[in-house]
Write a protein that binds this ligand. Structure first.
Ligand SMILES: [Zn+2]
Length: 251
């Protein structure tokens, strides 16, 4: 899918100082959200999540942050955390149900954190959008299927990014994943291997290789960081040398 690659739309490069974002709305239901970018909910506690959270820049809530919450919750985006103001409407004794808003400085995407503190236990859920592609000069070094739940890319420059994904085509990896998500993730991995990490635009394609889908649904696909160079060497389905056997369609 290349519909969004309009030359006048800057969708992925915050280095320019601005980026466009395409919204989707259903007026009869009073909802608005992303047209193309996949919505990502992150509740994992992992080194990758920690690395990403640590670089986020706190900011005032803006129109993009409102797309992650229900309409009646929009005013609550502006309420401080109990740790910042014990009289906040979000505070209830020592408990808290607040939101916090950030921007990811590397990819310019909005992030909303939903904080719950109850009986001294803190819980954070982060909501953001996957980019449609990485920045123009980014080259992918490796891909991480973080416990088969959150998908990341690491660039050759060492920058961690939420893996480009389309709203309509989510990824899956590991034994618990369905064939649809595994097929889309497999096709995206193949695209990265074929382009040596340079073609990062999410196209929402599925692979026709059953062998590839089976590999993505095995333990191998979500245990570790998948280095593109190693994938090409170790699994024939990923070989950029497209022999006919690598392209055999599923039965
Ligand atoms: Zn709070």
């Amino acid at each position: 899918m290349t519909v969004y690659a309009h030359p006048e739309l800057n969708l992925t490069d915050p280095g320019k100082g601005y980026a466009h974002f395409v919204l989707y709305t259903e007026p009869r239901l009073n909802v608005a959200g992303a047209a193309w970018n996949a919505t990502i909910n992150i509740e994992l506690d992992s080194p990758y999540v920690q690395e990403w959270v640590d670089r986020l820049q706190r900011c005032e809530p803006n129109a993009l942050h409102t797309t992650f919450v229900m309409n009646r919750e929009i005013p609550r985006l502006f309420h401080p955390c109990v740790d910042e103001d014990k009289t906040s409407p979000a505070a209830n004794g020592g408990n808290c149900h607040c939101f916090r808003t950030w921007t990811d400085p590397e990819y310019g995407l909005p992030v909303v954190g939903r904080h719950s503190r109850s009986a001294g236990q803190d819980r954070w859920i982060y909501m953001t959008y996957a980019p449609l592609a990485l920045r123009p000069d980014d080259v992918v070094y490796s891909v991480v299927a973080d416990r088969g739940d959150v998908f990341w890319a690491r660039t050759t420059g060492g920058v961690l990014a939420v893996l480009p994904m389309l709203e309509s085509s989510g990824y899956g990896a590991g034994p618990r994943s369905g064939t649809g998500g595994a097929s889309t993730f497999g096709a995206y991995l193949q695209q990265l291997v074929d382009s040596e990490g340079r073609d990062t635009a999410a196209k929402g394609r599925d692979t026709s290789s059953r062998q590839l889908v089976n590999w993505v649904r095995s333990d191998a696909a979500h245990r570790q960081e998948l280095v593109l160079r190693d994938l090409a060497a170790t699994f024939p389905g990923f070989s950029p040398d497209t022999s006919p056997s690598a392209e055999t369609p599923a039965q």
